[in-house]
Write a protein that binds this ligand. Sequence first.
Ligand code: S3P
Length: 427
Amino acid sequence: MKKIQHVSSFKGTLRVPGDKSISHRAVMFSSMAKGTTQIRGFLPGADCLSTISAFRRLGIEIEQSGDRVQVQGKGWYGLTEPSEILDIGNSGTTIRLMMGILATQPFHTVLLGDESIARRPMGRVAGPLRQMGARIDGRGEGNFAPIAIRGGNLKGIEYHSPVASAQVKSAILLAGLQAAGITTLYEPELSRDHTERMLSSFQVEVNSFAGGVNVTGGQELISPGEIEVPGDISSAAFILAAAAIVPGSYVVIEHVGVNPSRTGILDVLLAMGADLRLQNERVVNGEPVADIEIKYTPLHGITIEGEIIPRLIDEVPIIAVIATQAEGTTIVKDAAELKVKETNRIDTVVGELRKLGASIDPTEDGMVIEGPSMLQGAVCDSHGDHRIGMATAIAGLVAKGETAILNPGSIDVSFPGFFEKLAGLSL
Ligand code: S3P
């Protein structure tokens, strides 16, 4: 259990751990490439460590120490059939992207995860991969882990994904790299495009166009030698939120990834009236990076819907916390995907924030929050979901009295050192 006290303000300059999406891809693509890759700024959180351990079991030599990783890639067909089941823990990105890679491999693999993974839909990836020719099975008609895969001999497809999901897109593109002909993926809105950007830095030709992306099969990945991972905007979001709702705060977060497919949280904060700006904008390994400066100022409620949703889907729990402190109504729509995240985040966000006295109601595809409300310390639970743990902790900073977070260990999935960073900024 972790206890959080009300703070009077937040001040300082800091960095947040490496981007989770980019860290996964850096290890995966380096493992599948020819050559040695040095990764700096890697996120040593539980999810990305699951990716490292899975590739080690597939025969890839990987050394990791803190945020430094060295991967000895052996080329696309350098993997060996694992003798054991691969346990990917809590990581949806690991299991789904690996399904795409393993669909190309002429051997048998079984992927397993924790209780949360066992509830999350895998059919959205298994379905199109089967259409490409992979043999994939699992519980519930092949929709749930454990997932068994025997790959190889794929053919390119045209796939219209019903959801804007980077995990679906990435799995299909990765399989498409070793499929006969062209593989094209259409998505209803643009999901995060780290796969496309990083594949380009591994000398793969990826064609992005309005509404979709395609790759031609038979391409090799060539290591760029070094990859630098920027700070995770999804982790920075919790610190930005703290500064946005605790009066008198002023914080600078350095070296944060500001890929436009991820910056919905910045657009929302600005639309709510936040005093926020980007400095030192630059491009590192094809990914935009900047320092983000934020100063407390009163906020107002807004409606969040449509194409912005995939650009902030992981930030909805913390946006709900911000909305409890903003004047007026905040509405989140078109976000039914929240139901299939690490927890059903419509239920867990509403349930936990109500314990603190927030005025928040669930809807079919989002939530409605009335602000501002004076939150009251309570006992909250992360439900094993890192972002719920961090969102309730930030709410606890503005609540009267003490807030306790049960199961805070889950926060290590994406933000090891979270509480220490908060303590370093609290006055
Ligand atoms: C991720 C994609 C998103 C996101 C997840 C990471 C990725 O999931 O929620 O935290 O790295 O590709 P979906 O693809 O399910 O939207």
